[in-house]
Design a protein around this ligand. Structure first.
Ligand code: BTN
Length: 325
């Protein structure tokens, strides 16, 4: 508890340094206890500079996710206000679905350092070593069922926008929900839903982002098609800051979606890398190729076949075979 107070005071020290005496006064402990807690924080991986006659200054935070750091300065209304954090789970999506069934509030999130049974789209496994982000968000949108796929598109817009802001990288979207940088996948989203007749009970939006892991941790077949933010940026990424930005952008885009889903579609189209290209679609019982023409109001991909017919595709894997010139 005192360690948290000390961290909060150190983080909010506007001149950088804060004396041990003032730290102690603000936290209600002696200077000796301040020193002991500072040493303990250093053992946890925090970089804390101590300069005689100036005091302490925080220089770096360890690459570990801690719910209290995620909450600090988050300032969202719903998304991420309740955090369930685990070192290891089977799948954050499975856990979040359970919490949602038990009545978890909208915006509740589940995060984990690793997953032993991470789920990908179309029944695939999502390899989940340490160093990345694995996150699931409980949503309770009051929307017709046919609009549910737009939640995935909303999530993709939010993740891509957060990556652009935090890492300065050109993150684009491959329909429906892959985030790509330089043509390689860096993030994927998986939505799961519980519904009755025509009413959505809840949706869980699962987000996996490959941040700081070594790409050698991926199986060889996936490796050549994937990348990490650290590899693209040429430096390790602060996962806490990125996670906070994803939560903020998700709240913003989710609200826009609830107000007027057209706004999300407009943004999705700006960020998308699929429309306008010659593509093949496979999986989920679909096998076709043609020109990706756009998406409809329910998020389905519109593909113009060579005979001129337009096919609406609700699920599948897209491969871009020729980019527009
Ligand atoms: C994809 O196939 O592209 C979707 C991958 C989604 C992975 C995330 S990681 C957090 C959440 N929990 C899971 O089990 N899956 C999603």
């Amino acid at each position: 508890m005192y360690k948290e107070k000390i961290l909060n005071v150190l983080r909010s020290a506007c001149s950088g340094f804060i004396s041990g005496e003032e730290l102690g006064r603000k936290c209600g402990i002696s200077r000796t206890m301040v020193w002991k807690h500072i040493k303990s924080l250093e053992r946890e991986g925090f970089g804390i500079e101590a300069v005689p006659s100036q005091g302490y200054r925080i220089t770096s935070t360890p690459d570990i996710l801690r719910p209290e750091d995620v909450r600090h300065g988050l300032r969202t209304k719903a998304i991420g206000r309740e955090i369930h954090f685990y070192q290891e789970v089977a799948s954050t999506n499975t856990l979040a679905m359970g919490l949602a069934t038990d009545g978890a509030h909208e915006g509740t999130i589940v995060i984990a350092e690793t997953q032993t049974n991470g789920k990908g789209r179309l029944g695939r496994k999502w390899i989940s070593p340490k160093g990345n982000l694995y996150l699931s968000v409980v949503l309770r949108p009051n929307i017709p069922m046919h609009k549910a796929p737009l939640i995935t598109l909303t999530g993709a817009v939010a993740v891509s926008s957060a990556i652009r802001t935090m890492c300065g990288l050109e993150a684009g979207i491959k329909w429906p929900n892959d985030i790509l940088i330089s043509g390689k996948k860096v993030s994927g989203l998986l939505t799961e839903m519980s519904a009755e007749q025509d009413r959505i009970r809840h949706i869980v939006l699962g987000i996996g982002v490959d941040v700081n892991m070594e790409t050698t941790e991926l199986p060889p077949d996936v490796r050549s098609l994937s990348t990490t933010l650290a590899a693209e940026a040429g430096a390790k990424i602060n996962r806490t800051a990125l996670l906070q930005q994803i939560l903020r952008d998700l709240e913003r885009w989710y609200q826009k979606f609830l107000d007027n889903d057209e706004d999300v579609l407009i943004e999705w189209k700006m960020l998308n890398m699929t429309v306008g290209n010659r593509i093949t679609v496979s999986g989920a019982g679909v096998a076709l190729d043609g020109l990706a023409q756009g998406v409809d109001g329910d998020g389905r991909l519109l593909v113009r076949l060579d005979n001129g017919a337009i096919r609406k595709v609700a699920a599948g894997d897209v491969t871009i075979i020729k980019t527009k010139s």
